[in-house]
Write a protein that binds this ligand. Sequence first.
Ligand code: 4AD
Ligand code: MG
Length: 440
Amino acid sequence: MSLLPTTTIAQIAAYANQTVTLAGWINHKTEKGKLVFLMLRDGSGTIQCVVFRKQISETTFSTAQQLTQETSCRITGSVRADERAPGGFELDVHEIELIHLAHEYPITPKEHGVEFLMEHRHLWVRSSRQHAILRIRAEIMAAAQEWLNAQGFVRYDTPILTATAAEGTTNLFATPYFDQGNAYLAQTGQLYVESGMMSFGKVYCFGPTFRAEKSKTRRHLTEFWMLEPEVAFATHADNLILQEQMLAAIVQRILQQCRRELDLLERDTLPLERVLPPFPRITYDEALELISEHHAEVEGCTPLAWGEDFGAPHETLIASKFDRPVFVEKFPAALKAFYMQPDPDRPEVALCADLIAPEGYGELIGGSQRIHDADLLIERIQAHGLSLDDYQWYVDLRRYGSVPHSGFGMGLERAVTWITGTRHIRETIPFPRMLYRLYP
Ligand code: 4AD
Ligand code: MG
């Protein structure tokens, strides 16, 4: 015997005037004399189930009256088209099979504070907004990977336990590793994915990455997912083209596949519809000029001297001057990681770019052309105070058929935050890890 339903609420239109069994949870119940209205949620959607005392047994009616919020059950009934119903259909109930009568559910339709909701994250994910955000998250992951696969990329998984730093040494999570000293949780898969690029040409890694910075802005997680493509023979200019094409493909797919979720989130989709290549490109130097001219327009945005990094207000200001994501290229090399290729015309800047999201959502992507010359790479490793021994394998990649190559990392939760129009990044991953949050 199976407990599986005949169909899901999302597929219900195919069953008009037929009898089906649905399986799910009670969102909400209202009683009006001889009628009980049940909102049933099954993960694919919600549907109103109408229980009419005269048409069913006394026991089924009293079961319906007992149902509490989040009770699980199987409901059998006939599917009836109804123009007024949100999904276009209602279910006239014949029978209800109670699976588990829920205890008093802590999350009720009333407003809860965000701390309370975060403490109940394991339950909060059932709420309609959270459901919509996480559904879009899943679709973004599928869209990105399917797009890359279709372009001939091969997924190449990189380790989480690593021996070294790649993105600075101040934000590493360390954990004792048998008799080999400390292992560090990967800040990026990039260095390892570069080895795959030399085997497959076009690769990407996609997995959790970790940053131990004690930052508590609404854009930071200590554990986040990063998608990192890497391409042999690609220059900095090629890298930007790949980024804008990939991001446009992702956004267009979300607009097609996740209309219902975007509506529920009340996301203004006009700015998303404009996300088509080419994206504007400005240099770091041009960005500084723009900031010096317009800084008064954004609170906390102060003019910057050459060599200083952007803060969130600077990114917000830059984004406000463009109608789609904007690349800021050629940052001072001293601001960036050791592996970035210097601009041959101006070695104090790197062949890199940050992609800044529209509407104040900040940096979505960081990428660069990589140093492909072994001697220069060794010089940079030492200049950054890193131990060459730890990076011998990485330098090796420049010793046997080295090629110019480029890649980038897109923070999944940053993309979800922006595309869903969510204020805080904590709602874009099932269990956010932050400075003050490790439970649940
Ligand atoms: O700019 P980042 O640090 O670049 C790298 O790690 C490169 N190794 C990527 C590469 O070239 N393969 O991080 C890349 C992206 C950022 O643009 C941002 O979207 C996201 O990762 N990110 C974070 N997201 C959430 N919380 C944090 N603490 C993040 N730090 C970076
Ligand atoms: Mg960055």
